[in-house]
Ligand binder design. Sequence first.
Ligand code: WTA
Length: 656
Amino acid sequence: MSQDTIESILQEKRLFQPPAEFSEKAQIKSLEEYKQLYDRAKADPQAFWGELAEKELHWFQKWDTVLDWQPPFAKWFVNGKINISYNCLDRHLTTWRKNKAALIWEGEPGDSRTLTYSQLHREVCQMANAIKKLGVQKGDRVGIYMPMIPEAAIAMLACARIGAIHSVVFGGFSAEALRDRLNDGQAKLVITADGGFRKDAIVGLKEQVDKALANGAAPSVTDVLVIQRTKQQIHMEAGRDRWWHDLQKEASADCPAEPMDSEDMLFILYTSGSTGKPKGVVHTTGGYNLYSHITTKWIFDLQDTDVYWCTADVGWITGHSYIVYGHLSNGATTLMYEGAPRNSNPGCFWDVIEKYGVNIFYTAPTAIRSFMKMGEHHPKARNLSSLRLLGTVGEPINPEAWMWYHRIIGNSKCPIVDTWWQTETGGIMITPLPGAIATKPGSATLPFPGIVADVVDQDGATVTNESGGYLVIKHPWPGMMRTLYGDPDRFRRTYWEYLRPKNGDYLYFAGDGAHKDKDGYFWVMGRVDDVISVAGHRLGTMEIESALVSHPAVAEAAVVGKPDEIKGEEIVAFVTLDSAYTSSPQLEKELKQHVVSEIGAIARPGEIRFTDALPKTRSGKIMRRLLRSLAAGQEVTGDTSTLEDRTVLDKLRGGA
Ligand code: WTA
């Protein structure tokens, strides 16, 4: 972000107070109430979290200690016994919620399903019994590779119910990416579907699973459970693949939830970092259940009759915490939509809102920017008056998009919660509480109670002026990641030792830069590491570079993000070729396709620039800063004296 943008942001004068009629009924009703909660949590975190855990969740056995903190390793609710599937399902069955809609699902072709808490419970128990029969036991890892259908949530809850650890892999990832993740987690079972509907086409998920498992390339996987969605012809491998609808017929609906240790692993979710290998972020049971539950309740201000819709995919953390676990734990109605805006129906999101009377809508800034481009006549042609609260997640939101969201979608009356968080944090960390905190377009505002956030310099010292620095968290919280799967050292190094204050304190840092304004509001500026965000999807530049150099034509590759009006950033790859190859539009196409098959369509480079050499320092480091300026079409400024060969820069400028 340029200095000009930062300055204009920090001068933002617009302040939107929570509407009085919203605050009156809200979970947290005023700034004073927020401050009291915040101060109390800060003064005595153990009492704060302990009381909430007792009040909000069901425990088979109470914990001995709220927090055991051996930096950077935390244990929450030590020796407590709990099951998140029980908290999401069973406990609602003895209340009026038994026949309330738990999950409303709308398929892209227009089919739909509603599952009450009682029905969802039944299906989860059946799937839990079915996967047990396939030999899955407590502690085993299960890969879930699914379209956005109810069975995606059912599979997660079924695993949680019997203590199997799920590893959901986004359905847009390629067979190669899926295989790496299955191997890293040593998954025993994969739950998938024949396919899914996306933008008027069929995504062949089972086909990708077959490719991932071909020739014994993922040897830990012994079974595949297949949900029938699209009914297209697929290959079923005898002895390995089974149809869910066959197993369901014989599966009992009686499956008591397994009492899990609070610190038993609940799931692994892979995310990109600044090295090539994706990281398996580990979340455990008790702390994650509490944190996803309470953030959902207060931030989305849940009321009994609300219909809540988050447009994320269950393959991301947003889908885990704020489609499935947080909302079901609260007994809310969560809506799941299979499709995406497409040529045949660019206004489909607004149709869904009108059809189900959605009250709370949570989406990404990229989606909002593309809605703006499609034109306000789409939302205006629908009745969106049911909406009372809007949210955004995944990337910084520019004030213009915020204002459009506020005016056109929110009819200037809905508060907007701009929520900052990460796969690693398990739940939302910095956000307005909509009945309590006044908003400024573009700011995620203030930390959630119990979250001690700060902006610091390289030595970990608080930055006191508005010049910005690293966004860090200074105290453990229940939803925090516990480790990286199979790599505690990398966990320590990446997140806790990047910044080391002189006093030896541990600060959690996961890659974002931020500013704090004079009101203490946080403005998250984006990543300061080699991670780029394309349409709100987090991608490591090294991951894409590794994919490129695995093509025989490529000698070296350097990937940077270039600002993009809609997607936030677009991928630009600078590539040098092996001497046996020459550049051509055909090769450019082939390399783009190669990245798609190595990672997935979300990583397709927007542009590939062939060059004779990459700009490097004398010690051989690629000077990405220069490449970023070149990609953005800006003048290369700043120090270039460390450049090994200055002619490289001239050639690149000349449009090599
Ligand atoms: C970015 C998604 C600005 C940030 C929940 C973070 C944001 C990364 C916001 C995590 C926001 C997320 N404002 N930036 N409100 N929310 N980010 O793990 O760079 O997919 O580090 O989790 O998204 O991405 P992840």
